[in-house]
Structure formats: C-alpha cells, structure tokens
Design a protein around this ligand. Sequence first.
Ligand code: EZ4
Ligand code: CO
Length: 407
Amino acid sequence: MHSLGDSIVRLETFLHSPGRNYVTLKISTEDGLIGLGDATLNGREQAVFSYLQDHLAPTLIGRDPQRIEDIWQYMYLGGYWRTGGVGMAAIAAVDMALWDIKAKRAGMPLYQLLGGASRVGLLSYCHAFGSDTSELINSVSRAIDLGFKAVRVQTGIPGLTDVYGVTKSNEYEPARRTARPVEESWDTPSYLRHLPGTLESVRQAFGDELHLIHDVHHRLNPTEAAQLAKELERYHLFWLEDALPSTQVEGLRFVRQHSTTPLALGELFTEHADAHTVMVERLIDYLRVSVTHGGGITPVKRMLDFAGAFSIKSACHGPSDISPIGFSAALHLGLSIPNFGIQEFMGFDKATLEVFQTSFSYSDGLLHPGEEIGLGVGYDEVAGKGFPYQPAYLPVNRLQDGTMHHW
Ligand code: EZ4
Ligand code: CO
C-alpha cells in the first residue's frame, strides 16, 4: 500500500493535575513531528490512562500517522466492545494528535485542513451563578463586562445547601479532590418553584438581547421537563440543557410536543448512535457532544455534518474538564463547519496555562483558535510533573430522603 513513509514511533500518556486532572497524549513520529490529544474523563482519569497506555499505544507503533481514518476505524472496530466514555476518550486523544500532526506537516492551522473558516470567530457563552438572585445578577454583570453575549445562569435553591452549577468561589469546578464523591442534595418541587422567578429577575435586569442558557443537568422526568420548558417559553431561552437524562428519547418526544423552548443535549454522547434518533426526529436544537468524549475530530465532524441536515447546530461541551487541547480541537472544528451554534467557555486557570501553552483568543464574546500550525497547543511535560495526579470525583446526588438521584 502507498505510504508517505512516516511512522508513529512513540506514544506517551501523561496524567497531571494543574488545577485539576488532565489526561494528555503525545504522539511522536519518525519525521520528528509531535501531536497532542486530550483524553480527560472527569473522575475516571486512571481508566482512560490505562486504556491508552496499555491497550492502544502498543498497537499503534509503526503505523502511518497520515492514515487518520484508517487508524480511527482500527481502534473503534478493533476494540470490538466499541463505544463508552473511557474507550472513546482514549480514541479521541489519538485522533486529535494525528490531526495535529497532519496540520503541522501541512504547515497550517487545523481549521484550514477542515475546510477553512466559515466565520470570523465563535460565539461563546460563560457560566454565571449565584446562591441567590442578587449574587446571580452580579455574576451576569461580570460576564457582560467581559463581553459575553450569551450566559449560562444557575441559581441556588432555598432549602438546598449544595446545588449543581453554584459554588462559593468565582469558578465553577464540580470535581472535588476528595477520596470519595461529595454528596449533594436535591428537591425537584423546590427547583421548579424557584427557577422561573429567577429567570424573570435576570430578564428584568438585563433585557431581552442577552442570550440565556440554563442547565437542568438531567434531573427531571418527562412531565416535569415539559412543564418547565413550557413555563420558561416567555423568557425565550437560547436553550434549556439536559432537561432529561439524555437516553430518554421517548420522554424527549413528549417535552418537544409541549414546548417550543429550544433544547440542547448530548454532553454524555460518545458516538453517532447515541444521537441518531434525536437528530433525525429533530428532538433537539443543539448537539453538545465534545470532541474529547465523542471519539475525536473525525467522528464528531461526521456527527455535526449529519446534524446540520436537520438544522441542528453545534454546541460542543466546553467545561474546565476538557483540556486546552480538546478545547482547541473544538475551536478548529467550530470555525470550519457550516452549522456552528455556540461554544461553552469556562476558561482555564493559571496552573493549567503554565502546563498547556495555548494560542486561542477570546475577544468581545468571540473565540478564535489562532493561526499557529496544528491545534496550536503546546504541552510542558516538566511543568506538568510539578502537578502530580490527585484523586478527584464528581459529586453524587440524593433526594432529601436519601434516595440516589441523577447528578
Ligand atoms: O457537569 O463537565 O454543561 N456543562 C456541564 C458540566 C459537567 C461537567 C462534568 O464533568 O454540565 O458542568
Ligand atoms: Co451540561
């Protein structure tokens, strides 16, 4: 078979914790090219690390790094068990690293290889939250001062101490460095009573132009989700996110029949099959699959192209637990595809940016991946070693009587 001659000579996996845990893959080729990939799976980092180092890396040595599609199929079909968060995050890291290498070989930023820019920059949204309405309003004001045209709003709920999306610090980081998951509590009736009034206050304070997003985080049943989506119509949200657990397709049909509030979902999707029905029946408006958890640029581009045929737009998951490498991959993809919607942007802390050298930029609400060749991200392994892995877990969630609930 024709080959350009280069071959993969080394795959190194790093698990460092600058601010939080990140799993990073570095592929080196015989020609001296280096590619980076993100395989971070929040709270399950060691499993992905082993999948990469013990199961994928030995089978990839000596392969032609130019053959991205073939290597992707080799990893996906070759795993037999396929799919799942752990495997797909590991496969994604290899895919990203190979695209990074291909774009570096071509001497251009990755978005050029993906078809070139379709827009000047990527509309982005950040997180605003408060334990009460006045704190939330201050938080939204800060976001607007930073230029954001779209903001995710999460609020504390009277009677509940720990609520998803709200912390006492300035940043929202759900994984905590504890030996076991923190236990949060939840009460759906309190939430449903409280949320509409909060959105009313936010609209009153900031008017109609600001794009508002709210994340339910999988906590409602179909009846509750339909009630909420219907009640929130008058606040014309940009979207209501994960109103239901994303596997409940029948429930989503019910929500859709009762409300025109735009819906977003899919941050837990790991492949096309997860999203197929919600795409062809157009049960969502925005697809939240991330490059890191959806198996990489190769399959996520295919999924988003497919979604576009149903007027569904991209909204790649972009929390702090996607590393700057996975985040940059989303920016290159988002800049190039025709049906880009919006990009979540939580930012990265100082320690993270000491280890990952980024070239993306943010200005006046818009993100851009930059003009460096490849993904445009560097990884300082020596600095990384200064931040050894620390066990950290996402919280679990219980109803007030102790019943386990969706987190
Ligand atoms: O809970 O990234 O929309 N964003 C989210 C995130 C996820 C975390 C899980 O690791 O829902 O906050
Ligand atoms: Co979410």
